[in-house]
Design a protein around this ligand. Sequence first.
Ligand code: NAP
Length: 203
Amino acid sequence: MKHQRIAVMGGTFDPIHYGHLVTAEAVMYEFQTDQVLFIPSGQPPHKTQREVSPANHRYLMTLLATETNPRFFCSRIEIERTGYTYTVDTIRQLKKLYPQAEIYFITGADAFSEILTWKNPAELLNSCHLVAASRPGYSRTASAAMQQVLQEHQKTVHILEVPALSISSSDIRLRVMQGQPIKYLLPEIVENYIYKHGLYCRT
Ligand code: NAP
């Protein structure tokens, strides 16, 4: 029997937008995964509380954005964990839940380029596939240590270019703050949620 493949989409999702959704669909197609599990981050270790909207808002926006795709799911495992949330702990938890599954952890190329500063990078790199999604033309010179990581893990580290990633959460937040339109950058149901709850109205 074919082993199950699960793509795990990790991110702050503040807010989730079409760039994230197109990335998830592209990974599901490219790596033939059975599903994509979106996991909004709880308390990211590299961000202060003030920088990020409350976890429940980010979770609900992610849930609303993914509900029409029967192969997209949304998980609360990180937002329910107390203290800082580390990806390696999430992958450990998922491997207990799905011992037979091959896991593809997706994140942005910028976030991935810092992986050597994350908790237990060696364990993380050895326990799942990692997909770094980048916008076209993205280039960042990898440090010598990062080049070694890419060399040693070339079978399990994948770089995927996604044109839709020219959309970014920080741009959407800025647009809301400045009263500019955000229509067509994210699902309408998420746009309505943002206005209804007055998110991103001030810095
Ligand atoms: P971030 O620093 O807010 O984002 C960096 C860049 O990556 C942004 O351009 C962002 O675009 C993009 N990005 C983030 N997630 C993406 C995704 N799933 N698909 C495509 N682009 C994405 O990154 P973050 O959201 O806080 O962290 C990303 C993931 O890495 C989370 O799951 C987080 O828990 C994990 N992480 C873990 C550790 C650790 O374990 N120590 C440390 C850092 C990050 P948008 O702003 O448009 O999303």
